[in-house]
Unconditional design. Structure first.
Length: 168
């Protein structure tokens, strides 16, 4: 099997896994709503805002995945990572656009479904990403790409270009 078809298989597998993980997190949040919180009815404008966040998150997920594929000859799947540091596309503005996209999708789902449980799960995921997953991933990328990654980390913030204090 050639590299492109193997990468395509990993990409498809990764997309399914991410979708299933987001669905599982959302369902857990909805279960939290059912078990512990009174039903809420967010105002219509917040529910529309949620749909917008979902759309932005899906676009960002596709753009960042495409960046891995086109500029790094790899995928977000750990078995087929990019073979070079990707610093183009959304990676010019955030070192973690895929995680950011997933947080936007979950937050948007929480708003559009009027679910504090789903929004709570998005917040829990954000804390886990910030404190555990992203630091571990950054250590791995620094070991893999060395000075190129250190320079990239200096230039591009972890989450967004809001300010240097978010960059770390």
């Amino acid at each position: 099997m050639n590299v492109m078809s193997r990468n395509a298989r990993y990409l498809a597998t990764g997309i399914v896994r991410v979708a299933l993980a987001l669905i599982a997190i959302a369902l857990f949040g909805i279960a939290l709503d059912i078990l512990s919180m009174p039903p809420l009815g967010f105002p219509f404008y917040l529910r529309l805002w949620g749909i917008g966040l979902i759309a932005i998150g899906l676009y960002l997920e596709a753009w960042a995945t495409f960046g891995f594929w086109m500029h790094g000859a790899g995928t977000p799947h750990p078995a087929s990572p990019p073979n070079q540091l990707v610093d183009r596309g959304p990676y010019r503005y955030s070192r973690n656009p895929l995680y950011l996209a997933r947080l936007l999708i979950l937050t948007g789902l929480g708003l559009s479904l009027s679910s504090l449980g789903v929004m709570t799960m998005a917040l829990v995921l954000a804390v886990i990403l910030e404190l555990i997953l992203v630091p571990r991933e950054e250590r791995r990328l620094e070991a893999r790409f060395g000075n190129a990654y250190r320079e990239y980390r200096r230039r591009v913030p972890r989450w967004l270009w809001i300010g240097k204090r978010f960059a770390r």
